[in-house]
Ligand binder design. Sequence first.
Ligand code: AMP
Length: 290
Amino acid sequence: MIKDSQPQERGLAVVRTVAELRKAVSAFRMAGRTVGLVPTMGALHEGHVSLVKGALERGDVPVTSIFVNPTQFGPKEDFSAYPRDEEGDFDKLRDAGCRIAFAPSKDEMYPGEQLTTVTVAGITDGLCGPLRPGHFQGVATVVSKLLLMAMPDRAYFGEKDYQQLQVIKRMVRDLSMPFEIVGMPTVREADGLAMSSRNRYLSPDERTKALGMYKQLVKVADTVRGGKASCAEATATASQALRDGGFDIVEYFTVVDAESLKPLEHAAGPARVIAAARLGRTRLIDNLAV
Ligand code: AMP
């Protein structure tokens, strides 16, 4: 019989409550293991799996949370339509070597009215911040809760959501939270399109057009790196190319400082070219290091 204080040798434990999560995590801790949290909204793909593998490579016991967080969706966004496939997600996590899946209900995450929120100023002023009011506050609050529920050594986030990664890093630093935040490279389809749970909304025609975003990011990164044009010139050309290539709205296409996310005219230090655009009903975001 497995004692409560001893983790199972292998396999995925699915837990639904904070109490079960803490018990499962502490069993690994008692066995001398470190813990790596991978927060997700489910509908998992290879991008998410790479975060679990990142945790394994660093020797952490991977713990993945699956929670479609309502507070980070705007009233006109796709919360109810967001893809959900819990059984498929558990299979992927099991195959990847994840040990604990935390899939709480909304009431477990938010018992009663949530009067406390976490706001990260400054780096949320631009890019997705003004376009998705309340989004980063929802993200920072739910990630704080998940970190405090799991108390991991490290937490793993994708560079795919670059502004989110910077927001979390800054939050952990500013609030002296005792967790290391690890950013992991974006996993792409063979042709370069960044993997995203929302890619399944794309029609075959839109899927072809969607690749334009990656191609333009590569082009701008090359142009800016080589000093062949200013950031403003390169990104204006790229935005127009996206519209010509079938994107309906280019929300932003810009070069920013890699940490402060402030717009740059010339990329002297570490910089990121970053874009958001709409293709039909799908909103795509992506970015590259310059
Ligand atoms: P999501 O469930 O889409 O909110 O994402 C959960 C985590 O997976 C976040 O840290 C994302 O940045 C990360 N992620 C999503 N897509 C990718 C990708 N293509 N490559 C790497 N990480 C990703």
